[in-house]
Design a protein around this ligand. Sequence first.
Ligand SMILES: C[S@@+](CC[C@H](N)C(=O)[O-])C[C@H]1O[C@@H](n2cnc3c(N)ncnc32)[C@H](O)[C@@H]1O
Length: 251
Amino acid sequence: MLVAWALSLVNPAPLRLRRRGYVRQSGLLHARSRRCRAAWAPHLTRARGAIVAAAEATAKRGSVVVLGSGLLDDVPLDALANLFDRVILVDAVHPWPARLAARRYGNVACVTAEISAGLTGGDLPDICTDADLIVSANLLSQLPIVPIDAYEAKGREAPLRLGTQIVETHLAALDRLAAGTGRICLITDTVQREEDRAGRVTDRLDLIFGVALPPPAEAWDWEIAPFGEIDRRRRLIHRVHAYPDWRAARR
Ligand SMILES: C[S@@+](CC[C@H](N)C(=O)[O-])C[C@H]1O[C@@H](n2cnc3c(N)ncnc32)[C@H](O)[C@@H]1O
């Protein structure tokens, strides 16, 4: 908690996004990612591999946009910077390690934006329309968190379909982009299961609010909270879907 709090103080972000809670969320994620480094490693390797496969399959390599770039843990920045003329990292918060990593390349830029589920606002629509590859990097299930938390912080219940609408709107935005010429790569966690030490599933949570996804090209488990992270006797596992070619998956 202390690490997450310290990170949320030092990580730069516009006041508007800080007030909404994105910096706090980013700090929590950062701290957990470091505590659970070993458990997360197989997931991060698979996610980076799916992104590299999508990048190598992209014929025209002018620009690549990474939505939800965050800590760059699942983003193969070196490969993208070598394969594409320009790499544009988009997130509400670019933590310091990601900023420093981006500065090592002359062709990598960080764009700070609240990716409203519809990819509207500022230069975002143009950046995305012009891109040869757009990667939605473990972002989809995160999009509803801050908006739903905002209701709960005021002691109110979020509208019943808010999460579903946010997820559907992001997918509709990817569908619209897929109608253009660029390739779309979507990686997202879909379902959380809680397991006890005997391997019994004790709880399940739909992370994408009932929205149906097509069969993935690849799927794997991400042990997001190993035993001891949230409870000695329980662990949390997310099922991740990867679509290196979202257009093909939607056909
Ligand atoms: C689970 S992380 C993705 C992992 C990230 N690709 C990495 O390698 O660290 C989700 C990211 O989505 C970002 N995010 C969540 N909601 C957002 C929103 N509405 N607009 C912009 N970024 C958002 C968070 O700041 C966070 O960096």
